[in-house]
Design a protein around this ligand. Structure first.
Ligand SMILES: *Cc1c(COP(=O)(O)O)cnc(C)c1O
Length: 382
């Protein structure tokens, strides 16, 4: 007999947390509650649901599941990763200051540098690979330390525990954008972070068919402040989108295992290729923070970037030639994608010191047959 005291494992939680059979019909899968409002028995006497911006049962199931996957007390789902980031930014006031990694997701940088700067929130981007630099960037008014690891597109790995400690000593919140790793590979709250953020568009959704975001954490007071913003600003996912993300989450563990194994094999193959100058993958012993990645990650994920000899022209040529790897932005789906960051995802930082190397190619390694993926890269690299 199963030991009832045993804490459920990740895969069990992914399939069952927040997803008991539905009370009225016994439906095994959480229904899509496609409704904007809920009937009340008497004024103010309702089931806990009154209006679907505030709460919707499909979204509640997703929020419960995402919290469980991070080992957290609460989760909040949003209409996109950026809507989740925006909710966090709304915790700040004019005069506050944010310390942020210098190669975070471009949209995150844009939100703080071009929207919240006008509202008086100051920003310091720093290379956080050396935690002492983050320490030096802290000010009296620093309220938030924004950590993204592994980073995009260079797969830099940051020390979550050390950076969370620096944030807390300075009286700031520590947030980790956990999109690249997913909760299966990395659990930032257990390393001291206050909030883990996800673009669920990527690995958690996992099938390139939905845009979504999430925040998870433990502190109840933080939850109530963020839930207030979620409802006040209204960046919530519709029930169908919440359902798609929840369905994706069920197979997250299986997919991340295969993404990681395929990416490791691809990274090793690239590492040995004469046309490749350098491979960025935390699973390679040559990665400068391989040991740190081993400490804070279960495996190393599906994202790989590499620099080709021949610069941007060579990178563009290769990206146009692949047949299984689809040329496109985004990441984290079952299908493999290839892109050239400088003219594509990172075009907005071209010409600045944040620009990625011109010959950089980024892969989102999918879960296809690994030999087919390597064969495709081999014919495309030319
Ligand atoms: C895609 C992404 C985001 C933004 O999420 P959207 O769902 O596109 O709004 C934020 N952070 C990272 C690391 C991402 O890859």
């Amino acid at each position: 007999m199963a030991d009832r005291r045993r804490k459920p494992g990740f895969e069990t939680l992914a399939i069952h947390a927040g997803q008991e059979p539905e009370a009225v019909t016994g439906a095994v899968v959480v229904p899509i509650f496609q409704t904007s409002t809920f009937a009340q028995e008497a004024v103010g006497k309702h089931t806990g649901y009154d209006y679907a911006r505030t709460a919707n049962p499909t979204r509640t199931a997703l929020e419960t599941c995402l919290a469980a996957l991070e080992g957290a007390r609460w989760g909040l789902a949003f209409s996109s990763g950026m809507a989740a980031s925006d909710a966090v930014a709304h915790l700040l006031s004019a005069g506050d200051h944010v310390v942020m990694g210098d190669d975070v997701y471009g949209g995150t940088y844009r939100l703080f540098a071009r929207v919240f700067d006008r509202l008086g929130v100051a920003l310091s981007p720093v290379d956080m690979r050396e935690p002492a630099r983050a320490q030096r960037a802290m000010r009296k008014k620093t309220k938030l330390v924004w950590i993204e690891t592994p980073s995009n597109p260079l797969l830099k790995v940051l020390d979550i525990a050390a950076l969370a400690e620096i944030a807390h000593k300075g009286g700031a919140l520590a947030l980790v954008d956990n999109t690249f790793a997913s909760p299966y590979l990395q659990q930032p709250l257990k390393l001291g972070a206050d909030i883990a953020l996800h673009s669920t568009t990527k690995y958690i959704g996992g099938h390139s068919d939905v845009v979504g975001g999430a925040l998870v954490g433990n502190e109840p007071e933080l939850r109530s402040r963020l839930a207030f913003v979620q409802n006040a600003a209204g960046g919530v996912p519709g029930p169908l989108d919440a359902w798609l993300v929840l369905r994706g989450a069920k197979t997250l563990a299986l997919r991340m295992e295969r993404h990681s194994a395929n990416a490791q094999a691809v990274a090793i193959w690239l590492h040995e290729h004469p046309k490749v100058l350098r491979v960025n993958y935390p699973g390679l012993a040559s990665h400068p923070h391989h040991d740190l990645a081993r400490r804070q990650m279960r495996e190393f994920g599906g994202m790989v970037s590499f620099e080709l000899r021949g610069g941007e022209a060579a990178a563009k040529r290769m990206a146009a030639r692949t047949e299984i790897f689809t040329l496109g932005e985004s990441l984290g789906g079952v299908e493999s994608l290839i892109e050239v960051p400088l003219p594509m995802t990172h075009a907005s930082v071209r010409g600045t010191k944040l620009a990625p190397p011109a010959g950089l190619v980024r892969l989102s390694v999918g879960i296809e047959t690994v030999g087919d993926l390597i064969g495709d890269l081999a014919q495309a690299i030319g």
